[in-house]
Design a protein around this ligand. Structure first.
Ligand SMILES: [Zn+2]
Length: 154
């Protein structure tokens, strides 16, 4: 799932949460639930792990990270939230699982293997059962539409 989607859902949860801790936890848990929705990027990560089409995967993640950075700046500068700390905590909670996966892949931290496995247990939950992911183009389109619609909910 796009980092931008995780950040947006984290912000929405943060707005509704009564305090930063619950906002963070809500954002963190939402990450796993959102990743369960097949979104067409499973092959990107598998290729990356198998040292195939690495540049494509890195370009995808880099573009997503840049869009997410602009999105967060836009969210935080365009709106004054009464509960700004909650919104920030929700965004951080929503993004953290993929950031941990990034660290795990970059520096091969063995003690994070359990987290990697947990993340992909959820990420590939339906893909494993159905033995296929949706097409990348469908996943991309679905996420862009949902992401645009969610901007009205923040
Ligand atoms: Zn993830």
């Amino acid at each position: 799932m796009f980092l931008a989607t995780h950040a947006t859902v984290g912000a929405i949860i943060g707005r509704a949460a009564p305090n930063p801790l619950l906002a963070f936890l809500g954002g963190f848990i939402s990450h796993f639930l959102l990743d369960m929705i097949p979104h067409g990027d499973a092959h990107l990560y598998e290729n990356y792990r198998n040292h195939q089409k690495v540049k494509r995967a890195l370009a995808y993640v880099t573009l997503d990270a840049v869009v997410t950075a602009y999105l967060i700046l836009g969210i935080r500068s365009a709106r004054q939230f009464d509960n700004g700390a909650n919104v920030t905590a929700g965004i951080i909670g929503g993004l953290l699982p993929d950031l941990i996966i990034g660290v795990y892949n970059l520096i091969k931290v063995e003690w994070l293997t359990w987290f990697h496995n947990l993340h992909f247990f959820f990420h590939n939950f339906f893909i494993r059962r159905w033995q296929r992911d949706i097409a990348f183009s469908y996943g991309l389109t679905m996420q862009i539409v949902v992401l645009a619609l969610m901007q009205t909910r923040i």
